[in-house]
Design a protein. Structure first.
Length: 422
């Protein structure tokens, strides 16, 4: 069965099953072990039981229900999964699922203050901001870059308090960095983004007194990426019970995708027969093919039959709309906690692990560069610093010393490094 036949079979099966709706599923909110749970109740049915297991639900024999940790995402996933087969009754769950008001985080507070101050800007400042966004899009920059630069120039405009553009000088930029970037504890990479945004602003407004060439970005940090061991990857997947979540993490690792590439991946771009995935317009607007793991096929089909995505590989609550990257980071954090992985793990960590493990398997660096979509081999070279393949072949001088002490000539010496040896 080829790719198109496979998808046609999947769509046909979906239509057939819509005529055989089962008994309704009732969702409610409850407590087990002093923790809020989402209770899932239905009459005994083997297919519904399998569906509950695919969602990662647990069975409570004392209460006679299936349950999940209570969250808005759990409610959405349950509605989406069971809703294809039967009517799902919320039992007043909509009102209960409203988030509890919390004190805004630092980032939320900054966004709120920024929004209030932006409304107070003059019509000229607002026109300049609109012109700046139009200028960036005219240079065919990605929307992500446009949004990032716009936010930084908005902050810069608010800080200037209406100072005319033609009166700006380099000291205004320096003071903005000192009073805003430093106080907000921006990282070096964010600091570099601020300077890049201002450089684009200066290019648009050559009448200002800021000397573009003298704007220096801070030197980029050279941190080695966090990498999971192969056993940690297995532990992570084993402790991810939800089929959708497991499919997402497995694909991120097995194909080395960026989080944005996975979110925008469409079903039509997955060729199961050839075990290829077409990454459309990745970073730098580059297309590429990546491999699909043979061991991913079964998980992929199980996920398709449970969640019924329509357009994208992974979809949100509304069919045909992409999933949220925030949700991916959220369940990845939970899975790491269950797997007792205490490293700082992000979706990009799985990409780093994929590249490092390929290198340790002996795959040529040029192929890894192609699979990752790197423009420069220097970018891929960073994985040579974290690979254990060649480093573990280097003998520590302490081991060499112990071996020397254990030779027949030194047989009376104690070759161990226990406490009694010194």
């Amino acid at each position: 069965m080829n790719k198109h036949q496979d998808l046609e079979f999947y769509k046909k099966k979906l239509l057939q099953e819509q005529f055989h709706m089962k008994e309704q599923v009732v969702l409610s909110r409850g407590v087990i072990g002093q923790k809020q749970k989402l209770f899932i109740r239905f009459q005994y049915d083997q297919e519904l039981i399998e569906m509950a297991r695919h969602l990662g639900a647990f069975w409570s024999s004392s209460k006679g229900v299936w349950y999940l940790p209570f969250s808005k995402q759990a409610i959405e996933d349950t509605h989406r999964s069971f809703g294809r087969y039967t009517r799902v009754v919320g039992d007043g769950l909509t009102a209960m699922s409203q988030p509890i008001p919390q004190k805004p985080s630092g980032d939320q507070f900054v966004k709120r203050v920024r929004g209030i101050k932006a409304k107070a800007l003059s019509s000229l400042d607002k026109a300049n901001l609109r012109g700046y966004v139009k200028y960036l899009r005219g240079k065919v920059l990605s929307e992500s870059t446009v949004r990032t630069y716009y936010v930084h120039i908005l902050d810069f405009t608010i800080y200037l308090k209406g100072k005319p553009t033609k009166e700006l000088v380099n000291r205004d930029v320096e003071q903005f960095v000192e009073d805003v970037c430093v106080k907000r504890r921006y990282s070096v990479s964010t600091h570099r983004q601020v300077i890049s945004a201002i450089k684009q602003f200066v290019s648009l407004h050559p009448e200002c007194g800021i000397e573009n060439l003298s704007l220096q970005r801070p030197r980029k940090s050279r941190f080695l990426p966090t990498v999971l061991s192969k056993q940690e990857v297995i532990d992570l997947l084993r402790n991810t019970r939800n089929t959708k979540h497991k499919a997402v993490l497995a694909l991120l690792y097995s194909s080395g995708l960026r989080i944005g590439e996975l979110i925008n991946l469409e079903l039509n771009d997955i060729d199961v027969d050839r075990r290829q995935i077409f990454v459309r317009s990745g970073k730098g607007r580059k297309d590429r093919y990546v491999i699909m793991a043979e061991s991913f096929r079964q998980l992929f089909h199980g996920y398709l039959m449970t969640y019924r995505p329509i357009k994208f590989f992974v979809e949100g609550n509304n069919p045909g709309e992409p999933y949220s990257p925030v949700s991916v980071r959220s369940f990845l954090k939970r899975s790491c906690k269950l797997a007792r992985i205490y490293k700082k793990v992000t979706p990009h960590t799985l990409r780093h692990s994929y590249a490092t493990h390929l290198l340790e398997q002996g795959v040529d660096l040029r192929y890894i560069q192609e699979l990752l979509g790197h423009s420069s081999p220097e970018t891929t070279m960073i994985y040579t610093h974290v690979s254990k393949k060649d480093i573990l072949k280097i003998e520590s001088p302490l081991d060499a010393l112990i071996k020397q002490m254990s030779t027949p000539q030194n047989k009376n010496n104690n070759p161990s490094i226990s406490q009694d040896s010194f």
